[in-house]
Structures are given as C-alpha cells and as structure tokens.
Design a protein around this ligand. Structure first.
Ligand SMILES: Cc1cc2nc3c(=O)[nH]c(=O)nc-3n(C[C@H](O)[C@H](O)[C@H](O)COP(=O)(O)O)c2cc1C
Length: 359
C-alpha cells in the first residue's frame, strides 16, 4: 500500500488537483464513493493564503472528513513558498505539494508551475526551504511535475532524484510535457523512465520514495494498466473523476480483486449530483452552487442517459443538461433531476446526432 513519508494511505489512488473543480464539496463526493487514498486541493497561491484573501481561503477549505488531504502550492519564490507551507500545515494539510506542472502563462510567467522544471536551482531551493519549514509539523512534502517543458527534452527523470535529495517524499508525474499542454495521449514510457530513475536513485541512497503516475485514466481498468505499464506506486486521477466520481472505488476493485463492479444505476448517479449540490450549499452559497452545477452538468452527463432506445442507441441526457443550465435556483435543478429520473429530459446532443447521421 502507498505510503508517503509516515502517512499511510488507504488505497494507492489519488484525486488530482483540477483548478476550479476539485473543491471540498467535490472531494467529499469522491471520498463517499470510496477508493480515494488521498485528495488534493486545487493549486493555492501562498500570497493569497498569507493575506487571507477570500478566494484562497475558499480554495483551501477542508474538514475532518476530507482527510488525508494534500494542499498544493504554486509559485517561484522560495521564502514565500515556505511560508505558504507553514500556513498549510497549520490549516489542516496532511501533505504539502508543490505544483511543477501548470502550463498556464499567468503561472509560468511568475516562475511557478512547470517553469520550475526549467530553473532547477530555484526549484531545489524551494523544496529545501519548504522541507525545513515543515519539519516541526512532521508533514511530508511532495511535488507534481510534467515530463519536461519541451517534447524532446525530458527533465523530470533528472530533476526528480535531485528533489528527493532535497527532501521531497513523493513525486507525481503527469505523462505529458508543458508543450503538449493537455493534447495527445499520456506517455506511459515517459512515466516509466521517471519511475526507474527514482528507483535507481533511491536504491543507492537507501530511500523509498513513491512515484505516482497521472494522465488519461478514465475507465476502471486504466489505473491498473498504468501501474502495470510503468511500475509506478500509485495513480492520480483528474478529469476522469469529474464524470465518474466512483472511478476510484471501481479502479481499486480491478487492482485488488480483478473484478469490474457494475456501473451505478441512474438513480445512484443522480443522487451523487444531488449530494454534490448539498455539499456546495453547505460549504459555500447558492450563487457558487449554481455556477458550478451549470458548467459541470455536462461532465456528470457523460455517464447519464446510457440506456439504449429501441434502435440500440443511447437515449442521451440533452434535455437534462439544458434544464440544469437554464435553472435559476437549486430547487429548479432538483426538479430537473427528478424529471430525468422519471424518464424525461432525454435526447442526444446535436453534435452526437450529426456524427451519427454522417455514419
Ligand atoms: C482544468 C484543469 C485544471 C487543472 N488544475 C491543476 C492544478 O491546479 N494543479 C495541478 O497540479 N494540476 C492541475 N491540472 C492537471 C491535472 O491535475 C492532471 O495532471 C491532468 O489533467 C492529467 O490527468 P487526467 O487525465 O487524469 O485529468 C489541471 C488540469 C485541468 C484540465
């Protein structure tokens, strides 16, 4: 089983940070489904946390059920990152993670995110300072990186061992480069090379630092396939969880018993959406809840309306998505979910219909 520093996880599956998506409400939805060994906050600005800005505090919100939790910091200034690490340690983090993978200009222009792959001395200094700052709290430090910045320059396999020497206790590797952003498919060979480089380094140094693979896990069999293909010690799941919050439970079932659990029923899936709404209303407010559900119903919709019509085609959930996007209150969303449960609000999206008509 996966252990990060002294923190023993219940499974070796982790919920990834997805800025704007993996809030406390969603982390709890995934945890209630089972199989989540660790969940991570979205990337947090240490300056925002230290100043106590409302946005940063909302993003860092956690509670007793939301454990173990990684708090992810981004930035390029070692002192401030270390102060942010202390803030996280004092506000409920089980683990502190440093973002070394974000490809967004706003972040990389300030030496944060995947820019850290290109400035290894600064990155090592950040790790050293954070490690030292976290020592009194006995909280492990981890990092999440990409394979490199440019497609033809693998950096992670060299940088990861160096950062382990500075005190990083787990490395998550997203099998893409910054240049790729989110395009193409995950490079399992690239992840494997990082696993091997870290393994060789640790053997020599008498250490045991897990490498966690990440990228494109969408179906329960994908996590096991990544473990088998790369030798990684754990798997982090991002976008797959947005449509399939039960993916951790089902992936864990495949990993531990080789069995594929049956897909939840439509009623169970709708109850997950309701639960997510209730958590958002509990932790935030109606405005936030409506903003999130309107944009996220298409993610949940990927797993709804799968039953087949008399011609053998999925019935779809276009009507539900339209009704939720048009809803003006949580009650209207609940009403739409009820109508769908009763058999209404079906229909396939026009793009799907066009594709089908084109054969
Ligand atoms: C919209 C979006 C926001 C993301 N935000 C973060 C983030 O805050 N921190 C981070 O380390 N990675 C972030 N990622 C990257 C994911 O954690 C993950 O590495 C990537 O999506 C590949 O994994 P997946 O295929 O399982 O989603 C983000 C990805 C997306 C699509």
């Amino acid at each position: 089983m996966l252990k990060i520093g002294h923190v023993q996880l219940g499974t070796n599956l982790l919920l990834a940070p997805i800025a704007g998506y993996c809030d406390l409400a969603f982390r709890l939805v995934c945890r209630r489904q089972g199989g989540v060994g660790l969940a991570c906050t979205d990337l947090l600005s240490p300056q925002g946390l230290l100043r106590g800005t409302a946005t940063s505090l909302d993003l860092a919100r956690t509670n007793d059920e939301d454990k173990p939790v990684g708090m992810q910091l981004y930035g390029g200034i070692p002192e401030i990152m270390a102060e942010g690490a202390v803030w996280a340690a004092e506000h409920g983090a089980t683990i502190v993670d440093i973002n070394m993978g974000c490809p967004v200009d706003k972040v990389t222009k300030k030496d944060g995110g995947s820019k850290l792959l290109c400035i290894p001395d600064t990155t090592a200094e950040i790790v050293r300072r954070c490690r030292r700052a976290l020592e009194p709290y006995n909280i492990p430090l981890t990092c999440k990186m990409r394979l490199g910045w440019f497609n033809d320059q693998p950096i992670a396999e060299k940088l990861a061992p160096r950062l382990i020497d500075e005190g990083v206790q787990a490395v998550t590797i997203h099998g893409r480069t910054t240049e790729q952003k989110f395009m193409g498919v995950v490079n399992l060979d690239g992840i494997k090379r990082v696993v091997e480089a870290v393994g060789n380094h640790c053997k020599g140094a008498g250490l045991n630092v897990p490498v966690i693979g990440n990228g494109d896990v969408r179906e329960p069999g994908d996590a096991k396939a990544m473990l088998d293909a790369t030798g990684c010690a754990g798997v982090m799941i991002g976008r797959g969880a947005l449509s399939t919050p039960w993916l951790f439970r089902d992936s864990w079932s495949v990993i531990t018993t080789g069995t594929h659990a049956p897909e939840p029923s439509t009623s169970e899936k709708l109850e997950i959406v309701r639960q997510y709404m209730r958590f958002m209303l509990q932790f935030r407010d109606e405005h936030y809840c409506m903003f999130q559900i309107r944009r996220r119903i298409s993610w949940f919709g990927k797993r709804l309306g799968k039953e087949l019509d008399h011609r053998g085609r999925p019935v779809g959930c276009r009507g539900l998505k339209e009704a939720v996007r048009a809803a003006r209150s949580p009650d209207e969303v609940y009403a739409a979910l009820e109508k769908f449960e009763a058999g209404g609000l079906r229909g396939i999206d026009s793009v799907e219909a066009t594709a089908e008509a084109a054969g």
